[in-house]
Structures are given as C-alpha cells and as structure tokens.
Design a protein around this ligand. Sequence first.
Ligand code: HEC
Ligand code: HEC
Ligand code: HEC
Length: 424
Amino acid sequence: MKRAAVGLVLLAGLAAAAGSALLAWQRGLQDATPPSAAPVSLERGAYLVAVGNCAGCHTARGGARLAGGRPIPTPFGIAFSPNLTPDATGLAGWRADDFWRALHFGQGRDGRLLLPAHPITNTSLVSREDADALHAWLQAQAPVAAPRREHQLRGLYGSQLAIAAWRALYFRPGVYRPDPARDAAWNRGAYLSQGLAHCSACHAGRDALGGDQGAADFRGGLLAGLGWVAPSLHDPAEAGVQRWTPEALQRWLRDGQAEGHSALGPMAEVVLGSTAALDAADRAAMGAYLRALPEQAVARPEPAEPSPRRRERGAGLYREHCAACHGEHGEGRHDDGGAPAYPALAGSRIVTQASAANLLRVIERGGFAPATPGHPRPYGMPPFAGVLAPEDLAALASHLRQSFGHQAGEIDAVEVLRLRAAAH
Ligand code: HEC
Ligand code: HEC
Ligand code: HEC
C-alpha cells in the first residue's frame, strides 16, 4: 500500500518535471534574428496583410477590421482571435521583436504559447523582413478597443501544457529554404502558399489530434465545425490544379471563377480575402507552384449499398428542383449574352469528390460565387436545407454522383446526418 503511494507520488513528480521541461523547451524557442536591414514599407505591409488574410480571422462579423473577436472553430472547441490593432487591448507597445516571436515561434509577448488556431506552422515561414513590414503597417492603424474574449475549449485542451505537448508533436519553427532545383517563380509560390497564405491551414490532412505533416501537406480534410472538406490539392479529381492551364488558374486565383470551376463556401472567402489581392507576379508564382504539386490519389471511402430506388427518387427531385437552372442533363446554362450563368454539374468535381460533404453543403446552403472585379455579378442559387429531408438529399446526391457519366459512390441518409453533424 505504502509502496504504491510512494510510486504514485514519484510518478506524479516525474510527470510534473517532464511537463515543466516541455513547457520550458517550447517557451524557450527563441533566436536572435535581427530586424531586417531593409527599410520597412507600409505599402508592402498592407499588401502582406491582405495576402495573409489576417483580417479573415482577426475580424468579428460586423466588427472593426482586425480588432479580433471572431470565433475560430477547432477540433477542441472555439478559439477567439485577438485584437491586432495598436490598442491597449491589442498590440499596443508590441515591438518588431515581439511580433516576430508571435509569427515565427507562436508565442505571445509574455511568452504564452499560442494555440495552433493561429496558423503557426505557416506564419513561422514568413521572413523577418515581411514580418517587420506587417508589424509596421499594423502599428500604423487606428487603435480600436476590443478586449480579448476567453477561448471556449473543452477540458484541458487550452492549457499551456496541452499546447506544449501538441507543439512538441507537430510544430517546428521553420524558415523557408529555397529549393535550388526549382526556379525563382516556383520558390516564390512555395513561400507564399506554405507561409503567409497558409493554404495548408485548411488543405492539410489531419490526424485525430488535429496534427498535420507540415506546411506543404495538402492532402485534404474535413474542416472542424464548418462541415466543408478542403479537398486534396495533390489529387486532380479533388482540388488538384495540375491539369489546368496557367491562365485558367491565375484567373481563378484572382476572380474565384474560371472554366466552370468556382470557389465555394470557405474557399470563396479565401479568394476574396487573400488570393484576389495577389499582384500579377505573385499570382503567376503561386499558380506555378500549385500546378507542380506532386499528384497523389486520395483513398475513396466505402460507398453506401447501391439502390436503384434511391437514385430514381433523386432523378425526380433533380427534375423538380434543379434542372431549370442546371439543365436536364447537368449541362448548365448560359445567359442571353452567351456568358456562363448556371454551372454544369456534368463533370463538376464537387459532385464526384471522395467526400459528398461539399456537394451537400452547396445544396443545403445554396450560394453565390465571390463577386470580384473580373466576375462582378455572379448568379445565385437558393438554399434547399428547409426543402429537402436527409433521405431526399441522399437520393439527390446519389443520383448526381451516378449520372452524366459520373461513377462516384452513392451515399445514404446516415452519411448525410454524419456530415451535417460535422458542421456544428
Ligand atoms: C485561421 C485563423 C487565423 C489567421 C489566418 C491568422 N490568425 Fe493570428 N491568431 C488567431 C487566433 C485564434 C489567435 C489567438 C491564439 C491564442 O490565443 O493562443 C491568434 C493570435 C495572433 C497573435 C498574438 C496576439 C496576442 O495578443 O497574443 C498575433 C500577433 C497574430 N495572431 C497575428 C496574425 C497575423 C499578422 C496574421 C496574418 C498574417 C494572422 N494572425 C492570421 C487566428 C488567426
Ligand atoms: C479556410 C479554409 C481554406 C483555406 C485557408 C484554403 N482553402 Fe482552398 N478550399 C477550401 C474548401 C472548403 C474548398 C472546397 C470548396 C471549393 O471547391 O471551392 C477549397 C477548394 C480549393 C480548390 C479547388 C477549387 C475548384 O474550383 O475546384 C483549390 C485549387 C484551392 N482550394 C486552393 C487553395 C489555395 C491555393 C489556398 C491558399 C492560398 C487555399 N486553397 C486555402 C478551403 C480552404
Ligand atoms: C435558381 C437557379 C438554381 C437552382 C434552382 C439550383 N442551382 Fe445549383 N447553382 C446555381 C448557381 C448560380 C450556382 C453557382 C453558385 C456558386 O458558384 O456559388 C450553382 C452551383 C451549384 C453547384 C456547384 C457546382 C460547381 O461545380 O461549382 C452544385 C453542385 C449545385 N449548384 C447543385 C444544385 C442542385 C442539386 C440543385 C437542386 C436541388 C440546384 N443546384 C438548384 C443555380 C441554381
């Protein structure tokens, strides 16, 4: 008995020692990277804030730009973004070194370890010169008072020890090292996509702890709390762009729309908030990098038992609710001037992706492609969430996945409900 108690005390002591070692290690990550010698340009800072879409997370709906307070869903609950304006409740008094430490090492000014809800794996790759320009621009904005909102994370997930453990597994401060085998455009595209533009924050494949394989992991995965899948950028049947022309891809990055592909849901926000701001050279560079990503097919999950009755019901629903816009055979429709108005569903990747999540989200929520200067007045689609029951959605999705030459797996109402649960 006594010996067991002594053992327990020893064990607890060991765990505490390991815990404080872990914390000390993660908090101790620091270096003496000096501020960049280049003169800081506010114009450059404004451009980088846009490309990094800092406002996408650091602005609450209806709130002042960059004043924080937006809920960010994570696998462990809700994190709230802090205020980045130079107010006492935000970054007042932050020196360039403090800011660099936050982006590069993921540490607050007081050494507090930042949650990976801020894309630390990605912002760690941002160069000191770019970090200094971001800092200078942010410090030059009008201060807005907006106190920090407490994160709502389950259990101990928000504790510094849990964050230190997570970081020990998945985070290493990085520096973008150019690949000498590639040209300057590819390297510039890699630097932007892996770093500031944080594409892997959504497109990485994630394990049960929300960990990924680094900033160049684009294997795709379900976005916690949103119910959308960010599909794999390595698979041309998912979101890969390896087979697009450079021109179509650059148009898509700028306008959110090109040759029948439109950016939808969270990706529409990324285009509007980030890639639309890229200058022509950076857009071409990002395009070159994305087109050269190694191809790898994703695993397709076991489909539901095929059911002719389900598909027949789906065909009826399609004729009733969808064909007027998308065409009897999913061929889409043009407007009177001959410009594409309603996208073709025949050949649409949203319809045939391994996961039916995005197809269901589009049908349930409807939507608009982002309105951008190159595509100013997109046509809209009404939401069908209140109109179609889970059985109907499964039937319709199964019909679409098996028609117009498609051969994707059917889905049933159980899958519809499972994917709907992932949206909350
Ligand atoms: C995906 C959402 C997301 C994006 C994109 C994002 N952030 Fe964050 N950021 C957060 C969250 C959430 C936190 C709070 C983390 C915490 O409290 O542990 C945070 C924390 C920070 C902090 C620490 C502030 C403090 O008070 O400790 C800084 C600085 C910061 N972000 C700057 C930026 C900049 C600059 C960009 C654009 C390059 C950016 N963030 C993009 C979500 C995001
Ligand atoms: C906030 C999460 C998020 C971020 C960040 C994000 N994506 Fe996406 N992306 C998505 C989702 C969700 C989809 C699926 C919806 C769609 O097809 O538009 C998607 C789809 C795509 C597609 C397929 C488009 C099509 O029409 O077939 C491409 C290409 C893409 N993303 C590239 C990128 C690049 C490049 C970046 C970084 C600049 C990026 N994404 C950042 C969520 C994200
Ligand atoms: C009033 C016309 C209209 C109706 C009715 C309609 N849609 Fe749409 N649909 C659109 C428009 C416009 C878009 C493009 C919107 C966007 O890009 O966000 C679209 C986009 C889509 C997409 C994404 C295609 C892609 O590749 O980007 C799918 C899938 C889709 N609709 C399925 C359906 C289904 C299934 C129905 C019937 C339940 C339906 N739609 C009814 C107008 C309509």
